[in-house]
Design a protein around this ligand. Sequence first.
Ligand code: MOS
Length: 739
Amino acid sequence: MSSKLIGPALSRVDGKLKVTGKATYAAEYNPPGMVYAAIVQSTVPRGSVLRMQTTEAEKAPGVLAVLTPRNTPKLAGAEKYMANPIMPRLAAMQDSEVFYNGQPIGVVVADSFERATHAASLVRTFYVEKPASLDIKAGMAGAEPAQGNFGAPPPGHTRGDVTAALAAASTRVDATYITPTETHNPMEPHAAIAVWDDAEHLTLYDANQGVHFVRMFLSQLFGLVPDNVRVISRYVGGGFGCKALPWSHSILSVLAAKAVNRPVKLVLTRQQMFSLVGYRPQTVQKVELAANAQGKLTALRHTGFSETSEKDSFSEPFTNTSNMLYACPNVHTSQKVVRLNAGTPTFMRGPGEAPGTFALESALDELAHSLKLDPLELRRINHADKDPEHNRPWTSKSLLECYRVGAERFGWKKRPLQPRATREGDVLIGSGMATALFPAMRFPCVAVTRVLADGSAVVQCAAADIGTGAYTVFTQVAADALGLPIEKVRMELGDTTLPMGPLAGGSASTASASPAIQSAATQARQQLVKLAIADTGSPLHGLTEQDVLTENGKLVSRKDKSKGETYAQILARKQLPHVEGKADSNPTPPEQQKHSGYAFGAHFVEVRVDEALGTVRISRIVTSMAAGRILNAKTARSQILGGVIFGLGMALTEETLRDPRLGRVMTADLADYHLPVHADVPDIDVHFVEETDPHVNAMGIKGIGEIGATGVAAAVANAVFHATGKRIRELPITLDKLL
Ligand code: MOS
């Protein structure tokens, strides 16, 4: 079989639908009788709602209902849900407690979005206030050990004797790094439309990263049979982790639909994205390193704190990469969480890896400086040839090649070792690098492929395309296995009526679904082969399966390619509406794996810092990545570009600030929360190192959704140090920190 379709730079199969406005996003459905909801948010950080004055809102034009903690319908499954400690706290107005500023405390339903929004502004709320915890540093003394998220083991690892090794070392680094709270800002704000088909059946159009995952939560909360809940999310305008779990607005849309007995649409404003759908928690990280005179690491201790809400146990697992990135005999990592009166934190692109590599890879740079060693050389010296955390081989690892190729494309050799060595007038020029990495994960997945009577195929899997190209690469995989052109394959995603698919999270979607899709498609093709060779009416009758080739929607004889027939002809003669292949792929649990799977890469960054103004401009970036088999050179490059730009935001601009007295997010729009724009981003040279991985999964695929964002902030901070001699250990690197 050819694999002409796997690998090349193909444009998105859904591109035309998107640019013509025909791809339907969650907020764009309009079921009959639909009305609109708007959320009322708390204005105090802690306490309880004493009374809400709703008369004015109720009398406002077009208003159908005003829900408050007093009259909101109860969630049938809430008690069981809340009893499960790994479930995130969802503020669904089941009681009058307030645990953060911005928490939903009311919902107004009206006949238009504008009327609902206006009426929501008329609600007056009186609170009983309580003292709030709003400062991570003040809370560190009372911090609690971090738990694992959603059943994952708690972060932390020990090998060797780090205390003794630190004490014995001649060269040490001991530094504290801080990353701010950050907020996901996908282009498409969250939206949900809830439709009760009857008392037991619910349909939710929802912007999310995995319909089956969202359904699991919803069916539990509402006490419904999972099969009676349908979640539809066909097109998604970016996810980054904030659309992995259902949030309060989705649940409130369902409760409101129940209350008014009509479909209810609830679309968040950009401002509400900053308080209702999670954030990346702030971290305070301490890294201690020690090395011998040759640069070999002898000790690595990485500890610290991340913020969480008063009610949640979510922790940003920033120490995970320190456990395994470098060959070091003495390692200790552990984490604590500080409870604050803030919303529920969640995963944000490279959760753990992005802020964790900022600390670790900055510290490595500091160590290189102390040792007067080239920072790239220091990383080569400490390369881990096997996974030192689990003491097992890698599925594949091409990091040294990423270093080599990246350094060459960047011209790293010409870099002076000393900082402040290059100047053009007022501008100091420097370069820095850092390692990027992300685990190669997989989730269970079922896929169905049908070859239809007209010879085309449909492939079904309830995975998600969050804007990254899943429709396209899955179509490529199926078309390749079926021997069909891309245009003859229709991919269906994002609906719980489709077979169980993975969450588009953990960079695991492509690696989870592609092998299942390939296997289902191969089965469907094999059935066609079997039908043909067993059928006396077929020109292929009597051949063995090996004698039959697939060619552009046709089966042909290997020996005589003029002999053959189309899929449509085979199905027509047999009077079959279709043939179907179905595959269920279940990943090996991590504890049973014999290898450790990670994608690795490296970023090389050049910055220009105006010494008088403190402004940092990125002038060049080279990123080299090795991530197993690359299915589509174009969408893969875009993934890495997006990841690197995400990292630039982390490095230079993004910071969610809360009012220190009221806990309200003060940077709740794109004027105050600064995302990198075109003028901030130079041309990025993305290079994929070829890597064949025989172990990671049947197709040798590692994820690429998040790795691009890891390591970038450290590479920038290291370049800023090289340019200016100033080490910035607190993100973002804004000009005030450089003056
Ligand atoms: Mo990603 S933070 O696993 O959506």
